[in-house]
Every structure is written in C-alpha cells, then in structure tokens.
Design a protein around this ligand. Structure first.
Ligand code: ZN
Length: 172
C-alpha cells in the first residue's frame, strides 16, 4: 500500500492534511492487517488504509479485491460470498464501503467540467482470450477475458483572429 498519500487526520495539528514527506509520519505498528503511522508532531495515529476503499475492512485484501471485482461485474452478494468462502453479511458490509469510495473518486475526477460538447465511445477487446473460453478459475481471478475501454472526450478548437481553425485539441 502506498503511504505517500497518508496524512495526520488531527485537524488541530499543524501538519494536518500534509502528505508525502511533509506529513512527517513514522511507522508505528500493525493494526488489523494495516500499517499504522504516527504523526511526529501531535503523536496521533492514522491507519495507512484511512480514506481508502480498504478502510474498516478486516478481510485480507486479496479476497476483498476479488469480492469488489465480482460485485462490480454484477455477481450477487450471496454468490460472491460462496465463491470467496466468506459470509454474505461480510460481502454486504463491503458493498456500501466500495460504493462510497467509488463515488468519492468519481466526484474528484469529474469536477469543474465546463463542456460544450462531449463525445462518448466504447471499445471492446479481450486480454489473452475471449470471455467464453475462460476456465471458472480464470473468470474468478478476473484478469483475462473481455475488456472494455470507455472513452469520453470534449473536442476543443482554438481559432485565430481570422476565424481559421488552427489547432484542434481533442483531449482538452
Ligand atoms: Zn499531527
């Protein structure tokens, strides 16, 4: 797990919100399978998982990630639990956690967009082999098989004073 985005979460601390080397966090111990860091200024502790989709999850990360993938692919809560050997209530706990985090990520990346025009497209391909040829184990691992690329872009064109089209910047 990348600790460079961790920061002191004590709002009264002078280092509150600072990340990377300016955070001055030092490894403290392990708690619930995650590293816990200590602020060198106020000595409060922060889990390396705080603010991530892994926060509050006690299941090992590999199982959790496979579960999140299965849920994203539309597998039911019970089926995901059966496949991974975990209780349905555990999977039921993951779903809102993953959903909230996905919403935050989407809100972060899709903000202040001033689009006059937006073009959407999709591209289907596969990794190694098509979905129909995967073994059940390969399907569960969700690495190989069908892959979709979703593209949204806003073409922005710059015009000189002569009103002649000069530089189309289709990725602006
Ligand atoms: Zn602090």
């Amino acid at each position: 797990m990348d600790n460079r985005t961790c920061y002191c979460r004590n709002s009264k601390c002078a280092l509150y919100g600072r990340s990377t080397l300016r955070a001055r966090l030092k490894f403290c111990d392990w708690h619930g399978g995650a590293a816990r860091l200590e602020c060198q200024r106020c000595h409060s502790r922060v889990s390396a998982r705080a603010g991530t989709a892994y926060a509050g999850v006690r299941t090992d990360l590999s199982t959790y990630l496979r579960g999140a993938t299965a849920l994203a692919e539309g597998l039911s809560i019970r089926a995901t639990g059966r496949l991974l050997g975990v209780d349905k209530d555990t999977v039921n706990h993951w779903l809102p956690n993953v959903g909230r985090h996905c919403q935050k990520v989407t809100s972060y990346f899709f903000r202040n967009l001033h689009l006059a025009e937006c073009q959407l497209d999709e591209l289907w391909t596969f990794i190694a082999k098509k979905e129909a040829h995967l073994t059940p184990l390969e399907k569960l691992r969700a690495i190989l098989g069908d892959a979709w690329v979703w593209i949204a872009f806003s073409p922005v064109c710059t015009r000189k004073q002569t009103n002649r089209l000069v530089v189309p910047d289709c990725f602006g």
